[in-house]
Design a protein around this ligand. Sequence first.
Ligand code: FES
Length: 409
Amino acid sequence: MSAPGRSQAHMPARDRAKGSPVSRPGPPLWLLAELTYRCPLHCVFCYNPVDFATQSSELSTDEWLRVLREGRELGAVQCGFSGGEPLLRDDLETLVAEAHRLGYYTNLLTSGVGLTAERAAALEAAGLDHVQLSFQDSTREVNDFLSHTKTFELKSRVARLIKEQGWPMVMNVVIHRLNIDHIDRIIAMAAELGAEYLELANTQYYSWAYVNRAQLLPTHEQLRRAESLTDAWRARLEGRMKIFFVAPDYHEGRAKKCVNGWGSVFLNVAPDGTALPCHTAKMLPGLEFPNVREHSLRHAWYESEGFNRYRGTGWMKEPCSTCEHKERDLGGCRCQAYLLTQDAEAADPVCEKSPHHGLVVQAVATAERGAAEHPLVFRDPVSSRRLGACAQAELATQVDNETGAIATR
Ligand code: FES
């Protein structure tokens, strides 16, 4: 094991070439265990890779237990169990119990499908600290349409179960053109169900959301109205429910520090054991990410090329490398840069300074003219295999910037 801050292997390649020092990163504070890509829902904005159906391998219980131990030894303090739908793993209670024993703050990110009263009681006994329940909308019609399942009533029942177990409830709703006009009712529903936190997360356009961007991107006016309604509710519910409105970067003209900075606090382990700095980094070309079946998490975090490549600012080129905001946004999202420009080292095109910003302006202008007429692509194994058959760069170029249509094969 290398001593902190000593190894050249800790430095991104370009920094090593320039000889500029990069301090050793801190520990991964937040370990996300993506237990499975299997999911009963078919959400059109799912952040799982579009080719998830070609990746069916899953770590065994023993392998996950080792990942949890190694993550804690590295310094991780929070452990999320997500998927797909993590409740499809029948060893979830075992994993939660071990994470609790190790001292993590544990968090279950679920659609609610599979959370029976028995399992809720078992997870509570195992030490689960909190549950994040996703809803698609405040109406049965839109919720069930967007997830392509009949789950609205079930989610309301699960919300009550969460309260009965005494867990603080975080309700998460991904916001986009098809539900943003219901924001008033969504917030009212969260308050009625007793959520302590409501996350209104505007869609990030990668994975399935990128495929469906032309149908999901809201207009400026929709956003403005949603934000002002949210502000009014915040004032009304002060002290009862905290509301987070995650603004969409397409409309802001400013890049965000994605995952709080590549390889800075967030460590994602995919179902097959690939260690990743974000959910979708595996699609970036020319990057190797270690698998926990062959490497320790410590190696992945500190030594691997995949985690080091975009750490800090040394990898940047113009306009990022001389930008006054480079420490604030760290160049934005690498996956978004790649999807839009086929260059993972480019400035995130949501930034006004990006030479490719016109692509984002064009996408928003198309949204202003009206929703696309071609059908939504639901997250299902058939579509996944079809999309997985084309490389990501090819997929990116198949999404027509003018209409948002995705070419079918
Ligand atoms: Fe991969 Fe933003 S989603 S860096």
